[in-house]
Design a protein around this ligand. Structure first.
Ligand code: AAQ
Length: 375
């Protein structure tokens, strides 16, 4: 078996802080800016893997926390790894699990060593350390793995932001040591520091001296206003190596994504498009449509007859309203596909616009379309 390709990042064009390029992995390329659909429990909910690919996704997310509880990392490894388990043969990025422990698990105890917690599934007790998180992500055979970190919500006291940032740096060191030398996989560090510029700069400098294949901006999309997120991004992306991918974790809505691309971010993940789809909200060029709303019940028009996505042309709004109101499974399937396709159309448009030096106009025109009405 020939040595698999090492992970490599190539920039092809920039416009201000915005960049477009590609990450090459031995399972395929990732075009950036990239939107990564979330596949929490080894599935992008209500979608076959080939349908996820058809929306334009190059990479999807798996999750250490969920998979370590069910079906278990060792079980997935004995079944050939996450790619074969879910039959997605392109790149997968896995989160380290810390964020989900803090948002989902019960009886959590955070110590220097790691975090102990009880499963939200069956109450069994578990421990996640930097070493165990790297081991689990390696057992899953993930292509891009994340250091274990501590993400705190905002607003927070500066002392608390400093404590979590310094702990995350020490865990970054330990994650890197546990990762060892695996050229076919990439290990990303995660910048913390809340909304404090000095703490953020210390975190970025600390991660750079440890040395990672990519740098995630964590600790955002945790309840802060959009302008706080944008300010932190404007301050921190220049502190990150320009020749490595930058991943903004958990973001976001289309407007957040455009603003973050303009501030130098290359990768995004968010549960929103799939979750909103399951709740009857769809993203269109004209903005968000709430198909639960009774005003759609007699509307024979398709969602968007100009859309390249056939599902936006073939079904009436009245039909989609009916599926949502009756909670038919097909409703979740169609709306998830519509939203993921819209997100991929958005980042694909951004990639092309940056390559042609017209990203600012693209972003302005896209935002104008959302408020042009005709909903
Ligand atoms: C929504 N806002 C938000 N999400 C954040 C996440 C999770 C990113 N999504 C990963 C995921 C994977 C599978 C299933 C579901 C989610 C973070 N992860 C880490 N490790 N650190 C963060 O600071 C951090 C901050 C976040 N803010």
């Amino acid at each position: 078996m020939p040595e698999p390709l090492p992970v490599a990042f190539t920039l092809s064009a920039t416009e201000g802080q915005a960049r477009t390029g590609r990450i090459d992995t031995h399972r395929g390329e990732i075009r950036t800016p990239a939107f990564m659909p979330v596949g929490t429990a080894a599935t992008v909910k209500a979608m076959y893997p080939e349908q996820v690919r058809e929306t334009g996704a190059d990479i999807l997310l798996g999750n250490t926390y969920h998979l370590m509880l069910r079906p278990g990392a060792e079980r997935v490894a004995s079944l050939g790894g996450l790619h074969d388990f879910m039959d997605w043969q392109r790149p997968i990025l896995t989160d380290s699990g810390g964020f989900q422990v803090m948002s989902l698990a019960k009886l959590r105890r955070m110590t220097e060593r790691g975090v102990t917690f009880r499963s939200h599934v069956d109450g069994s007790s578990h421990e996640l350390t930097p070493e165990r998180s790297i081991e689990i992500q390696t057992l899953l055979d993930s292509d891009i793995i994340m250091q274990l970190d501590e993400c705190i919500s905002l607003p927070a006291e500066r002392k608390e932001m400093e404590r979590a940032m310094e702990l995350s740096l020490r865990w970054g060191e330990r994650s890197k040591a546990a990762f060892g030398d695996q050229p076919q996989r990439a290990l990303f560090g995660i910048v913390q520091g809340g909304d404090d510029p000095e703490l953020r700069a210390r975190s970025a400098a600390g991660l750079r001296s440890i040395g990672f294949d990519g740098y995630a901006v964590g600790g955002l999309a945790v309840g802060e206003p959009q302008e706080v997120m944008f300010r932190v991004l404007s301050e921190i992306t220049p502190e990150l190596p320009s020749d490595r991918p930058r991943y903004l974790m958990g973001v976001g809505k289309p407007d957040d994504i455009l603003g973050a691309i303009a501030r130098g971010i290359d990768m995004f993940d968010c549960v929103h498009p799939t979750r909103a789809g399951r709740h009857g909200h769809i993203y269109t060029r004209f903005g968000v449509l709430n198909l639960k709303n009774a005003r759609h019940k007699d509307d024979p028009r398709p969602v968007d007859e100009t859309s390249p996505n056939r599902n936006c042309r073939r079904f009436s709004r009245a039909y989609l309203h009916h599926l949502v109101r009756t909670e038919e499974i097909l409703g979740a399937m169609i709306l998830s596909q519509i939203n993921l396709s819209y997100y991929q159309e958005l980042v694909d448009g951004a990639r092309q616009a940056i390559a042609e030096g017209r990203f600012e106009d693209f972003a302005a025109a896209t935002r104008a379309g959302w408020s042009a009405g005709d909903l």
